[in-house]
Design a protein around this ligand. Sequence first.
Ligand SMILES: [Zn+2]
Length: 353
Amino acid sequence: METSAATQQPMAGGNKTSAEQTYLRAELEERRERLQAALQSPAADASLSQLLTAVDSALNRIAQGTFGLCETCHESIEAERLLADPLVRFCLDHLTGTERRALENDLSLAASIQRALLPKPGLAPTGWNVRYDYQPAGIVSGDYCDLFEVGSGMLLMLGDVSGKGVAASMLMSHLHATFRSLAEAGLPLEHMVDSANRIFCESSLAGQFATLVVGRFDHDGSVEFVNAGHLPVLHIHDDGVTPKDSTGVPLGMFCNTRFTVHRLALAHGDTLFLYTDGLTEARNRDGSEYGLDRIRTLAAQHSGLEPAGLISESLHDLMKFQEGLKPTDDLTLLAIRRADRTIGARRKQQWKS
Ligand SMILES: [Zn+2]
């Protein structure tokens, strides 16, 4: 999601009065005191005095108004990196070879952790046919996608965390863990989302939030879901496509808010189609957006398709629209279809025989 969290703003070097710099100066001063105390010990490691020099030099940069500027290009260093490590002196484009290799290793580790959090591709819940496609724009993604069986059905989550890159992917992992834990408590859907919202709100920074659809799908075709500030869910049925709009604010925006639950009974062959803004906000060479209308029209044209076919038609249409442009945002598509009655009956027959 392109929304800018407070921490995503560039931290201009000359802006000495910013709240971030006041915070970072206090952090650096505390580190200096701790380093000085540690250096009193005869067993102190030699690297500690190098760190003390680095801390002093960062404090000097704050005093001189050059803090937060890359020493190579003099542009602002990424704000979230400065908050994580106030000693950084170069922007991402101007890291040393060693720094770059360390960062690449960290990123590929983060990416493999994230891949392991995705639902298993062959998942075949009773009575449903489901497929998803998850494409990070970079190495890691801020999109959240999960699906697992509970009691008499399954839970499905699809959302988009504010910001991009590693910070967004960490928030995504946090949401994943929260919903996995809450699911075990067997709460009604609205209570589960209320609790997840409070946990997310209390543990994330201002400006960090997630748009999200959380759904519970029963074997008998009944579905309930909350759409917290996310794009419309498309209900594809015999008579066309009905969008189910968001009925609330994103998760993590207000600690005390209620989420309305949509209830639906899906007929055999009905599909719910979910997606992130990597689809709707994708742009072509003229700068126009792919948009909601296009996806709605496409869904109506392919209403008879199974989820795998619907997803591949959508990706094909998006590629055609983008005319070879590289995607700039994370993209997730998910389609879930209530299995045809005949297939369901045939499966039951097979079980019996
Ligand atoms: Zn630079």
